[in-house]
Design a protein. Structure first.
Length: 393
């Protein structure tokens, strides 16, 4: 997906927000229809074709809906239909309600999506139905796309995203394998001994964020001061998100270009970041510590890094079972839960091997699923005898 920063005028912002409101209204209406259906009923919930016909009737009866773009509203129904299909296929979560200020966006397809022009080396413009030409920053080459999506984030920034599948990065052909151990203190440790850290907010920005959050807690609900503080907090959060995304893109590109095979732990991040609050009857323990760990995991971009590696190094990313990768000695293969003396120190009590704990785990990950020329899964000792599958030193 190629994304660009939009620069709409105040009048265009108002028109874009109307489109977002219409798309959100149609989505929520379709969700309400779908949520009324229960398994076992003889009648089925209406799908896209029937809902599109109902939308035509609703536009005839409601002038405020008719004033909007029919393409925007129909594509909201199409998006909902795809979300329902993904839910029943088990690939996506259950569709949820869209809220103002949190879900602001719409999609344009067809011939209208091709009305994009290049103005100069730095600027381009796109023709949005019933809004007009909107300028955007030309930060990369324009793709050939049949649809685009306009979104507004919590910091008030508008973006234009074209639905384009990027070409995967070709392998270097060196036969090198790398293991990636993801952590909180060190975002990614490689089996080569390298440490990669995801940048976050600076100490000064963290102090300012804490001060803003305290002010937000004291501000009266519905006041202008509360709105200003919320916007300031959203801008800091957006800055942190942008840095994390940029780090993920650069790291995934570098790994895809350097190594033929990239191995990562098969982690269930959604389960790992669940809240530990528990229930009223059975309250959780160490809730604050678990919440801090969850924030650290999410701030390190674990899931996004693996997803971008799959996109850029298609077919070259392998997942290794995470069990005992940090407890196993990468030299002798002994598994000992006491070998990891601290977060950073690994000391094997069998052979005396000492190394950084995360690098040791990354080496085990790199050797986790080696396949011999005969197609059999190699053991750790057999892997060391295979010269063509040795990891980088």
């Amino acid at each position: 997906m190629s994304r660009y920063r939009l620069a709409p005028t105040p009048a265009q912002v108002a028109a874009l927000l109307e489109h977002c409101g219409h798309a959100r209204f149609v989505w929520n209406l379709a969700l309400e229809q779908w949520s009324m259906w229960r398994p076992g009923r003889r009648s089925q919930p209406p799908r896209f074709v029937e809902q599109a016909r109902q939308l035509t009737g609703a536009r005839e009866d409601n002038g405020w809906l008719r004033a909007g773009s029919q393409t925007v509203q129909q594509q909201a129904l199409r998006d909902f239909d795809q979300a329902v299909t993904g839910f029943f296929a088990g690939t996506h979560r259950r569709p949820t309600w869209r809220k103002a200020g949190r879900h602001e966006g719409f999609r344009i397809v067809g011939r209208q999506a091709s009305r994009v022009e290049r103005l100069s080396r730095k600027w381009g413009q796109v023709l949005v139905p019933k809004v007009g030409w909107i300028k955007f920053r030309l930060s990369r080459q324009l793709p050939e796309a049949k649809s685009y999506r306009v979104t507004r984030d919590s910091a008030g920034r508008w973006h234009l995203a074209f639905a384009v599948a990027p070409e995967p990065i070709p392998p270097p052909g060196t036969g090198e394998i790398v293991g990636v151990d993801r952590g909180v203190v060190v975002s990614a440790a490689l089996s080569t001994g390298e440490f990669l850290s995801c940048p976050g907010l600076t100490p000064g920005e963290k102090t300012r964020l804490l001060r803003l959050q305290r002010g937000f807690a004291r501000a009266q609900r519905g006041s202008n001061r509360r709105v200003r503080i919320r916007t300031a907090i959203a801008k800091l959060k957006a800055r942190e998100t942008d840095r994390r995304k940029d780090w993920v893109e650069q790291t995934s590109t570098a790994l895809a270009r350097r190594f033929d095979v990239i191995r990562v732990e098969d982690l269930k991040i959604r389960n790992m970041t669940r809240s530990a609050k528990g229930t009223t009857a059975v309250p959780g323990r160490n809730v604050r510590q678990k919440a801090g760990l969850n924030r650290g995991i999410l701030a390190s971009g674990w899931g996004r890094l693996v997803q971008r590696l799959k996109d850029k190094a298609a077919g070259r990313v392998e997942k290794v079972p995470a069990a005992n990768t940090s407890r196993t000695c990468s030299r002798c293969g002994t598994t000992d839960k006491e070998a990891r003396e601290s977060q950073a120190v690994f000391l094997c009590r069998s052979c005396g091997y000492t190394a950084n704990a995360e690098v040791n785990a990354a080496i085990n990950i790199a050797a986790g699923r080696a396949v011999t020329a005969r197609g059999a899964v190699a053991s750790l000792s057999a892997l060391k005898r295979e010269p063509q599958l040795t990891t980088s030193a």
